[in-house]
Design a protein around this ligand. Sequence first.
Ligand code: NOJ
Ligand code: CA
Length: 558
Amino acid sequence: MTSARQPTNGHPTNATAAAWWRDAVIYECHLPSFRDGNGDGIGDLEGLTASLDYLASTLGIDAIWTGPFYRSPLLDQGFDVSDYYEVEPTFGSMATFDRLLSEAHRRGLRILVDYIPNHTSDAHPWFVESRSARASARRDWYVWRDPGPEGGVPNNWTSEAGGSVWEWDEQTGQYYLHSHLAEQPDLNLRCPEALEAMLDVLRFWLGRGADGVRIDVAHMLMKDPDFRDNPVAPSGNDNAYDLQHPDFGTQLHVHDRRHRDTHDVLARIRAVADEFPDRVTIAEIEAMSWEDWATYYGGGALDGMHLPFPFRLLETPWRADTLRSELEGLYSALPRGAWPITALGNHDRVRLASRLGAQQARVAAVLLLTIAATPCLLYGDELGMVDQPVPLERQRDYFARSTGGVTRDPTRTPMPWNDGANAGFSTAAEPDLWLPVAANAAARNVEAQLRDPESSLSLYRSLLRTRSSSPALRGGELAFVGETGDPDVLAYERRAGHHRVLVALNLTADPAHVRVPASGSVLVTTGRRTDSSLVGGEDLRLQADEAIVIDLETGATT
Ligand code: NOJ
Ligand code: CA
């Protein structure tokens, strides 16, 4: 395995090995949907390995977040683990994982795996033993409670998948806690043996050579030890982009997650990661205030997570004023010495191009790849993939099986590689595919978009190349342009030494005229410009839906 960063695509980098993740671009590859290597209809490690040249050279990303591939009944696409030390045969074997690692590292790509410490599958032997008897040696590894004072569930907590978090166990006469599906019992990480067992899982995968982990629901690891009721929400969950069961939004989730002891567990996780050189810890945490988000970095010593996800950005209305105030909130809360990660798409959310439309999804790509943060792209967003309705009988997401449940499958349809059968995703018969391929895959696929210089893929490639060769875009400071004179335009400058890059985003389908001096050369535009140099003046005219990246003339000689 590599410890020092290897050159990627010959692009220069100034990252030190220890902070390689500060200027990396991460790609979320959703394993069952990415590429099928063995023809059974389901994406796997072999298919991912076969796609490494696309990721490293054609696209030009630096690190892959794989999605879970551990032994699992696959009721929650692998976030329901029944053996953390085995590769799910649907996805491959330990040998195919090792091959993925060595082939990725040979190309200078890093591999980030999922770490799922909050819950297991109910088929995990730990849970089978825990539920076998009240006196079981592993009883305390999960959260068991007697019925509430009036009988029935111990408290009012609602699950992300709908209904109560409590499931009655007839045999032992107690309830167990499941923050998600009933088939995903929560571990009791207050039990030292359970916590140690989960830390050993982390040691195993980092020791095997994974370059880091994406930690599932890191904010949930500790709950109120007194199991107090959650307060009722003043209004329901009205976030149209967060695909949660309506039951979930009926209360304020203050006691079933984010207990202050969560930070102690995360510090333990971080300490294990620090046993290995140059590993990164990325925490999935829900949207919260910027002040609370910042606490996930740890104290002044930054001994918590390297990169807590800022989910607020995924939920921010697509307007210049809201985006700017959220980004200002993020940067002003960012602890000294810390660095952010960001994403605008995710396997749990509506696809970017469905949320914003095709043209503004291109503007979003420019934002994502030019702000001061480590970008994380969702597979297929580089093609402008949209949500694809999936008929009930083909759905895989068990979160939708409860009454009123919402399926996340439309976001997760197979990556379209070409215009062949099943869009090149798999050689299996269509009914055997993990999910149906998108209806527009014959036109919107990797091969077709590579031929089209105006495609979404060509835009992403160009942005990634530009970013990779620009010290200002990779690690430079970010300063917003005070007043653009147009409320629909967001503009900011990135600076590193004498390198200065201006980014201006027109967030509407009307042309815009802003008072921003911009002399220099156009590095990237989502519009159509015949002249790549901009000369002088106090004005910048933007086309409809245009996002532009300009290398500002500074007069400095290099
Ligand atoms: C967060 C994951 O992103 C989501 O897909 C999953 O269903 C839950 N955690 C439970 O593991
Ligand atoms: Ca397969």
